[in-house]
Design a protein around this ligand. Structure first.
Ligand code: CA2
Length: 144
């Protein structure tokens, strides 16, 4: 199985600021957590991070016919991006949305998710484990 993990704006800053919300671990540690898990489970994974909406759209389009599943934390674009939602719909790849923090317990605007209108499942508020849970959900064909 081939999974593409996409992380949106400023997630590369993990561990540098706002440890109270996003934890103390760095983006490199997030990547290692995902790579180690996927290696153990025999999953081929690519991890991509961008601060640019159009680049994320390009990456989703390029995933067509290549990846079996997408795990995406669109970060701030979660709450604004019809373009990312449309790209996911266009490629039709199974998708799970992940948020490190519990977006429902924060500002009102974080309760809206455009990607969530397409994603099969949303995992939120369990930190880095959310990425592993999302990968396992895709691997187990939609079972938790
Ligand atoms: O909880 C999440 O994973 C979010 O997707 C993170 C986004 C936020 O806009 C979403 O509402 C929820 C923000 C990512 C920014 O990451 C930072 C990392 C370190 C320091 C500051 C921001």
């Amino acid at each position: 199985m081939k999974i593409l993990v996409i992380n949106g704006p400023s997630l590369n800053m993990l561990g540098i600021r706002e440890p109270g919300i996003y934890g103390k671990r760095t983006y490199a540690e997030l990547e290692k957590t995902i790579y180690d898990h996927c290696e153990k489970q025999g999953v081929t994974v690519e991890i991509y991070q961008s601060n640019h909406e159009g680049d994320i759209v390009d990456k989703i389009q390029a995933a067509y016919g290549v990846f079996d599943g997408i795990v995406i934390n669109p970060a701030a674009y979660t709450h604004t991006s019809v373009a990312i939602l449309d790209a996911l719909k266009a490629v039709g790849i199974r998708t799970v949305e992940v948020h490190i923090s519990d977006v429902d317990k924060r500002e009102e605007f974080r309760r809206i998710s455009y990607v969530g209108l397409y994603a099969e499942k949303t995992v939120k508020g369990i930190g880095f484990d959310g990425y592993i849970k999302a990968i396992e959900y895709l691997r187990n064909d939609g079972k938790d």
